[in-house]
Write a protein that binds this ligand. Structure first.
Ligand code: ADP
Length: 398
């Protein structure tokens, strides 16, 4: 272990951390602080194949992160020996302010705070996590890596909503896109697997986890993505609607008298697979289908249909068949059925999966299409922590 980056993803009530070797990609140690501000909190620290769990009241992010330092002292690794060269912070919303990794100063913290109206659920937790981490790790630089940065290359016709211009300008309303760190990492891995320069690959990346998004990446630059002003737009997700006619909001308001907050909660937390079938976890959904649930079957079909619709439209955006279509994240990496259902619907384009390769379970990037498929289909495990660590190191080396 020579140099490491401490990667921090601070949410409103949790802090995930991972001590990462940016060169070989090892997760040296990792953990999560949960239930900050609740009656009882919990910290789980993982090192050397062991997991240590501690319960305590965690009043705020400072208490949580100090406990993490104690656990490093108690169970290892020794943070002095770990050679932390920087702390990399995941930040969901960088607006149009941050087109790339940014060394954190007081001014940058204020700018991230200024973006809270665009990310009320995420940026407040990030700001708290950054403030506390900067106090506890004063001796090293801190770098912010934004989920939105990879999509700052979207052309105006892709990111502009057809709203009155004064409104979009006044309120910074546009499509920002999210999961950018994952799409960037995976698209580069795809180029490696294909043995092509990233600058020459045309591809579609399907990040399908509990949150889900698609991107079209041409020559290393993102040209389209399915999430918008917020992560609500696009694919069907575990608990989110994805695309929906906005008039549903007016209808629910006028006919049911639901408030904006109630509709917000419904669309973000009670919809998607959960809304249609009662389960947001994909494995549970498949279990319900096995038990004969028609609702669960329909939910799966809606989910796959939306994916196929996006793939088709992104092939048009890319101007033809891409070199690759890649599955990543929890469902994309692990679920052969969804991959097969999607590929079957694309058979008319000459796209074909090799059923045996599709069934292989592996943590390695791999091609699962037949040799004569017109488009290569891949599975590439995402690794957002590693991407954050790499980008952090590259930023401080500038
Ligand atoms: P997020 O990071 O957005 O929380 P993940 O990328 O971890 O989400 O994906 C979570 C989803 O992946 C869940 O719906 C889960 O059921 C699904 N998943 C994880 N492992 C498997 C598996 N072996 N088979 C099918 N689905 C899986």
């Amino acid at each position: 272990m020579s140099k490491t980056v401490l990667v921090i993803n601070a949410g409103s009530s949790s802090i995930k951390y991972q001590l990462t070797d940016p060169v070989d990609g090892t997760a040296v140690a990792s953990g999560i602080v949960e239930r900050i501000g609740e009656d009882m909190g919990i910290v789980t620290h993982k090192y050397n194949g062991e997991s240590h769990t501690t319960e305590l009241v965690i009043a705020d992010h400072g208490v949580g992160l100090r406990k993490v330092l104690e656990l490093f002292e108690q169970y290892g690794p020794d943070l002095e020996e770990a050679g932390i060269v920087a702390v990399g912070h995941r930040v969901v919303q960088g607006g149009s302010v941050f087109p790339g990794p940014t060394v954190i100063t007081d001014e940058v913290v204020e700018q991230i705070r200024g973006l809270i109206p665009l990310a009320p659920l995420h940026n407040p937790g990030h700001v708290r996590g950054i403030e506390v981490a900067r106090e506890l790790f004063m001796q090293v630089p801190h770098v912010a890596i934004f989920d939105t940065s990879f999509f700052q290359t979207l052309p105006a016709e892709a990111y502009t909503y057809a709203l009155p211009k004064e409104i979009t300008q006044k309120f910074a309303i546009r499509r920002y896109g999210f999961h950018g760190t994952s799409h960037q990492f995976v698209s580069r891995e795809v180029a490696n697997v294909l043995g092509l320069p990233n600058e020459e690959v045309s591809q579609i990346v399907l990040h399908v986890g509990s949150g889900a998004s698609v991107s079209a990446v041409q020559n290393g630059r993102a040209v389209e993505t399915s999430m918008g002003l917020t992560p609500l737009e696009g694919l069907v997700m575990g608990t989110r609607t994805g695309d929906i006619d906005p008039a549903v909001i007016f209808h629910l308001y006028r006919t049911e008298g639901l408030s904006i907050d109630e509709i917000d909660t419904m669309f973000n937390k009670q919809s998607g697979l959960k809304g249609m079938a009662g389960q947001n976890d994909f494995r549970e959904l498949l279990r319900l289908i096995d038990e004969g649930s028609a609702d669960a079957k329909l939910a799966l079909d809606v989910f796959v249909h939306r994916l196929v619709k996006y793939i088709g439209s992104y092939m048009a955006v890319l101007g033809g068949l891409p070199n690759a279509i890649t599955f990543t994240a929890g469902v994309g990496e692990n679920n052969a059925l969804v991959r097969q259902m999607v590929a079957d619907r694309l058979a008319g384009f000459g796209i074909a999966l090799d059923p045996a390769l599709n069934e292989v379970r592996s943590g390695e990037p791999r091609i699962i299409s037949t040799p004569d498929s017109t488009v290569k289909i891949l599975v590439v495990p995402t690794n957002e922590e590693l991407e954050i660590a790499r980008q952090t190191v590259a930023k401080i080396a500038e």
